[in-house]
Design a protein. Structure first.
Lengths: 354, 497
């Protein structure tokens, strides 16, 4: 079993407390993404697990082995934790085959079945004799993964693995990496600042901000039921509405909305706060109907596969002057400016004002 | 630990000179320093350094700009030929000039010959900086209303200033430590006065005190340069450099090419033609092939020893400097660089004192000369090791660690193989420099051995120009081959990475 457990980890670099009391568990054979803005400490977390940064406090275990704990620090080469850095970092003086064989025991480095096996796993069989410079960015990234997987490591760490690739390539490489990790049943930790990447590649997502883990759950829960507004804003676009809650129903500018399992500790009744919806929970409705709330299209952004439409709605029973803008995700074109009606589907999240 | 030993070796000569000067007593030191002749000597040395450095910077920057940023006809030829004077040792050039135009002896000749030999030290880094510089900055300046001339002054020159300053420092240090050219051209500066003080009397404290004064001057120049350089900021932001559109010079193009042609003719064609002329004159008097062959063999063998010793010593210091920044490392590195500021004549003199006193069995034997080469040229080797190690990525080394390689394995399997081309280029440069080295070789060469440099020196000293020419030609040929190889290698590097 190769479960990675991090307990109460503190890391200080210079005078700066980079990680503060981080707890994280990656179950054996699963992929966890650590998602956070740049400077949140995610790369430091990765380097602490790999053994290049010495923690001040806390424990890092892989399976039953303590790789980093009180006064105990295993050298990186003795941890069996393989690293896939940004942009691959293939050894330019070695061929693809020699790169992949780098971590194998000396006797096995020359022409072993293992090299072909892992290259096959990443879809690059037959590339053994190429030079790294002859490969595309996506191929280099996959060779870097094959190199990491070859010695059967207990854990693979991926540092922003797809950020150097251009948008078209990113999705296909992501799927290939995901599949290779699954087929080899490898435990993996991915750090990234890209929400799409984290949500699509991982079995669970941990949100790291300012050196602390804010939430760690499945991609669905992180997106649909974030534990706080900060997490909600970081994981995707939000529609935020001032609200007042009574008996599980929030009164908002978009009408009365059912609130899904209120946040623990927050007042479920009679409290003021903010309701969070995702733009795809909002719909544009025909003007003639009675459903929904009246509003006015004021602009939008067109993405091709869908569009975000900005709609201004009145606040507080139609008092003139008071209004707010919400974003509605629609398929197709942005409608002409003018009156519409906006409906809401699915449960809302409520966050009391601190 | 090896790094500490290596840097200790670099400090050895200066320490010994201090002891030597202190032995003479304070009164004697003051006596030597206060002589009118000493004050005059400082003035003459500084005048030469100032003139040579100024002219070298003007010529070096001008040629580099012409070759990279203008549409002058023949700029590819200029780019190919401009660095080549590096392969002509200054004393060979001095010989070539004085043997044809004896009237230039003195300041004029020294400035002319040293400038023509030294401007490549400015040309090469400025050329590289202009190639690397982002033309986007110049385009922004133009789009904000600057004329081409204002842009050149305010943006382009600013970008190459660090490179030009570093090159200028090399020129100044080279000029201050040059021994062969000023001796042949009979312009008295520190180096040849120290040499004759050492030769003419058994009281060597005068030579020691003058040597220390010369070291003080070189240190002052180095410190001044690093003060200037600190103010320049590095490039902001990434982005791939594009090549700039050439500046259209219009009718000015032809005079510009003409000026470049004159510089190259004086720096390259004239010495070679002069050498060939004296060579053919000497041939009629008979060529001593046995002695020439022995000199070639001795030059190659001693330089090879020097290059190997410097490279072996430079690897630990260079890796330490590239990978582990810290106060201790900085000190080790700077101590190693102290050798850079030491003129060859000073190191040679210190090792002569040291050899006679401590290791008489090694005095005028190969090991002591190789030690002198190490002290003199270790910085060159350290620099190339450091920059080539710094180029291989730290991330790659971390990946290797995470795949189970110990730090020693990483060095053997990743860092050194990646740095090998840079390290071997550094070794080639040291080899080249050892071949050209004159003063230390002159004082420390094994008894009965003559290198090409010392043979040329001896023959020129007695005015036997025809007999001297073959040694000069052989030196230029020996030096040109590795120079061309180096230029090819660096052009290849740029192409692939």
């Amino acid at each position: 079993m190769n479960t990675l457990s991090i307990r109460d980890l503190d890391v200080t670099l210079g005078d700066l407390a980079v990680l503060r009391g981080v707890d994280l568990e990656v179950p054996s054979g699963s992929v966890t993404a650590v998602l956070g803005p740049s400077g949140c400490g995610k790369t430091t977390l990765l380097r602490a697990v790999a053994g290049f940064v010495r923690p001040d406090r806390g424990e890092i275990r892989v399976g039953d082995t303590v790789v980093s704990g009180a006064g105990h620090h295993l050298a990186p080469e003795r941890r069996g934790i393989a690293l896939v850095p940004q942009e691959g970092a293939l050894f330019p003086h070695l061929s693809v085959g020699e790169n992949v064989a780098f971590g194998l025991p000396r006797a096995q480095r020359r022409r072993t079945a293992r090299v072909g096996e892992v290259l096959d796993l990443v879809g690059l069989r037959g590339f053994e004799d190429r030079r790294p410079a002859e490969l595309s960015g996506g191929q280099q990234q996959r060779v870097a993964l094959a190199r990491a997987l070859a010695p059967n490591p207990a854990l693979v760490l991926l540092d922003e693995p797809f950020s150097a690739l251009d948008a078209g390539l990113r999705e296909s490489v992501r799927a290939q990496v995901r599949e290779a990790l699954e087929r080899s049943a490898t435990t993996a930790l991915v750090v990234t600042h890209d929400q799409d990447e984290a949500l699509s590649v991982a079995d669970s997502v941990a949100i790291l901000d300012d050196g602390r883990i804010l939430m760690h759950a499945s991609p669905q829960d992180v997106y649909r039921a974030p534990t706080g507004l900060g997490v909600a804003r970081f994981v995707g676009q939000c529609v935020e509405l001032p609200a007042e809650v009574t008996a599980g129903v929030a009164r908002t500018a978009l009408g009365d909305l059912a609130v899904e399992d209120p946040v623990a500790g927050g007042p479920a009744d009679g409290g003021r706060g903010v309701v969070m919806l995702r733009p795809e929970q909002l719909r544009l409705l025909p003007l003639e109907g009675a459903a929904g709330t009246a509003g006015e299209v004021v602009g939008g952004e067109y993405f091709g596969h869908d569009a975000l439409v900005r709609v201004r709605i009145g606040v507080g029973g139609g008092a003139p002057g008071e209004s707010l803008e919400v974003q509605v995700r629609t398929l197709g074109e942005i409608p002409e400016r003018g009156a519409v009606r906006v409906g809401v589907s699915g449960p809302a999240r409520f966050y009391p004002v601190a | 630990m090896p790094a500490v030993i290596v840097s200790f070796i670099a400090l050895l000569p200066i320490g010994y000179l201090l002891i030597r000067a202190a032995d003479a007593g304070l009164g004697r030191i003051v006596d030597v320093l206060a002589r009118e002749r000493t004050v005059e000597l400082v003035g003459r040395s500084l005048l030469l350094v100032g003139l040579v450095t100024t002219f070298s910077v003007v010529i070096g920057v001008g040629l580099a700009f012409m070759a990279t940023r203008t549409d002058v006809p023949g700029r590819r030829v200029i780019a190919t030929l401009a660095p080549l004077p590096l392969a002509i040792p200054s004393y060979v050039a001095a010989f070539a000039w004085i043997s044809v135009v004896p009237e230039i002896a003195g300041l004029v000749g020294a400035v002319l010959v040293l400038t023509l030999c030294c401007y490549p030290y400015v040309y090469l880094p400025v050329f590289a900086a202009l190639r690397r510089a982002d033309p986007g900055l110049e385009e922004v300046a133009r789009s904000l209303g600057r004329t081409p001339w204002q842009t050149f002054r305010e943006v382009t020159l600013r970008q190459v200033r660090p490179a030009a300053a570093a090159g200028g420092l090399l020129v100044a240090l080279y000029t201050l430590s040059d021994f062969g050219a000023v001796s042949i051209l009979r312009y008295d500066v520190f180096t040849n006065v120290i040499y004759s003080a050492y030769r003419s009397s058994f009281d060597r404290s005068t030579a020691a005190v003058l040597s220390l004064l010369l070291v003080a001057l070189t240190v002052a120049i180095s410190v001044g340069e690093s003060r200037v350089r600190r103010r320049d900021v590095a490039r902001v932001g990434g982005g791939v450099a594009r090549s700039a559109d050439p500046v259209r010079l219009g009718p000015l193009r032809y005079p510009m090419t003409g000026a470049a042609g004159v510089v190259l003719a004086l720096a390259l064609a004239f010495p070679i033609v002069s050498l060939l002329y004296w060579f053919s004159t000497g041939l009629s008097a008979g060529l001593d092939t046995g002695r020439l062959g022995a000199s070639v063999a001795a030059t190659a063998w001693l330089s090879l020893l020097g290059a190997v010793a410097c490279t072996v010593g430079a690897v630990p210091v260079g890796i330490l400097a590239a990978r582990h920044r810290g106060r201790f490392t900085t000190i080790v590195e700077q101590v190693t660089y102290a050798g850079h500021a030491l003129p060859g004549i000073v190191v040679a003199l210190a090792l002569v004192f040291l050899g006679v006193r401590l290791v008489p069995w090694a005095y005028q034997e190969a090991p002591l000369l190789v030690l002198a080469y190490v002290v003199l040229f270790l910085p060159t080797a350290v620099g190339s090791v450091r920059s080539s190690v710094a180029q291989s990525s730290v991330r790659g080394e971390e990946v290797a660690r995470s795949l189970g390689a110990t730090p020693g394995d990483v060095l053997r399997r990743v860092t050194l193989p990646l740095a090998a081309p840079g390290i071997s280029a550094g070794a080639a440069i040291v080899l080249l420099t050892c071949m050209k080295e004159l003063p230390a070789t002159l004082l420390l060469r094994p008894t009965g051995t003559d290198t090409l440099a010392t043979s040329l020196w001896t023959q020129t000293g007695v005015g036997a120009y025809g007999a001297a020419a073959p040694y000069g030609l052989a030196l230029v040929v020996l030096a040109v081959l590795p120079t061309i190889w180096l230029m090819r290698a660096s052009a290849h590097d740029r192409g692939t990475t």
